[in-house]
Design a protein around this ligand. Sequence first.
Ligand code: ADP
Ligand code: ZN
Length: 530
Amino acid sequence: MSIPLTILKDVFGYTAFRGAQAQIVDHVVAGGDALVLMPTGGGKSLCYQVPALARQQAGQGVSIVVSPLIALMHDQVGALHEVGVKAAFLNSTLSGEEANAVERQLLRGELTLLYAAPERVATPRFLSLLDGLYQKRQLALFAIDEAHCVSQWGHDFRPEYRALAVFHERYPGVPRIALTATADDTTRADIVQHLQLDEAQQFVSSFDRPNIRYSIAEKKDATQQLLRFIEREHAGEAGIVYCQSRKRVEEIAELLCREGMDALPYHAGLDSEVRQKHQDRFLRDEGVVMTATIAFGMGIDKPDVRFVAHLDLPKNIEGYYQETGRAGRDGLPSDAWMAYGLQDVVNQRRMIDESPAAEEFKQVLRGKLDALLALAEATDCRRVRLLSYFGEASEPCGNCDNCLNPPDMWDGTEAARMLLSTVYRVQQASGISFGAGHVMDILRGKETEKVTQRGHQKLSTFGIGAAFSEQQLRGVLRQLIATGTLAVDASAFNTLHLTAESRSVLKGERQVLLRESINQPASRSRSRGG
Ligand code: ADP
Ligand code: ZN
């Protein structure tokens, strides 16, 4: 039996490597650099823990693991102690004396794995420790966990990660393994560049999480929709509800509690003791619903999270996939549910427009948001879309909302043209642009004060969209904005503007297909409603 396999069995008690683990382990044990992309729950830890043990057995010394999360380090070191592996960590929770004790263990060669916080690694003191080990050829491996933290595009950016290039520069010949569960092409390229991993072999596992059912609902009354979703599908089960703002986190947590659920808030504005207490309860007790901002979740290893709900749109697909990936680590059926509406699109676009970042940077953010919006607007398999975003081809999954209930399509081209030509005419007539509300009023033939003041009731498009309800037109609008067919100027009162894409719809060169449920002509639903 190979040494890694013996270690896997004897130390960790597992019978076989999973997926790409065996290949990765062999490559690293042999001294190669590796970049590992594996979904959450895929088994990344063993990819460096087994090589650490193998290389130490071969007399090559200690492995250094960089991990951004203190809680995660504690868990991992605790788990390693349980199976008899000598591991320790160095982070800000240790007293000076405790840290000194760990350093002495390190120098005496008593450790197989040392976990360290990124901010500690680049300190002169730590580097001089490593220098000493390197001179004695006792540095076996560098593992860089959550490697996407090196990229400024994700929401986990840690500037300290940039300093980790030092491993390559200062300790040539010591293999490095970087691991992450999130990496689209841009992030992957960033990891390679900033960690100088050009020579590293890349191991890309399937990112599919077949037990997670993806659903994206049109936002109508988001809180009621959330309540119904939890009550119908996950009563009494553990889940995470992500909201964008702290205030909303608090409100939703209260609402869920009033409905008899065991819900707790979590966001960066809470005292650290409160956060810790809530996190502990979520991990320990059954059926706790954590209502949280994205401050919650990284490194949380709770196997039976049955659902992850998004009440607000995440920033990009990577964030969405990472957050939803916290559901169902135990492999049992779980839900990723999101409510999504026009306001989400407008808000996210505005946040990018108004950020002080450089234009080039904003372009990247916009591209990433567009990909997420395309996913939300998609009428075909969500999983195919998600996986293809991560460069993986797949067949329709049969386990997402669109596969299970294929949406009826409705040709919204006419409604879209009406909307776009109204935007155009209003701009022509008044020399300025207007927002969605006013444009819809004109389209639906409402003689509001603003309409008559501006004389917009005389426009040729006035009232031509009367057959559509406001809700229905909002659906068309949302899709037009989501697909860049119509632009919203956040710096000018959210006014609507035509884009290059608009013209192709106006000229009849492009069809606008919409979901029936969202965009039924009003006449039909009216007659049905009596
Ligand atoms: P990740 O860091 O990729 O999210 P972990 O390393 O925490 O995943 O592993 C997820 C779970 O899978 C852990 O409970 C781990 O013990 C288990 N696991 C990993 N590899 C194997 C394997 N080869 N056989 C059995 N269980 C494994
Ligand atoms: Zn599907």
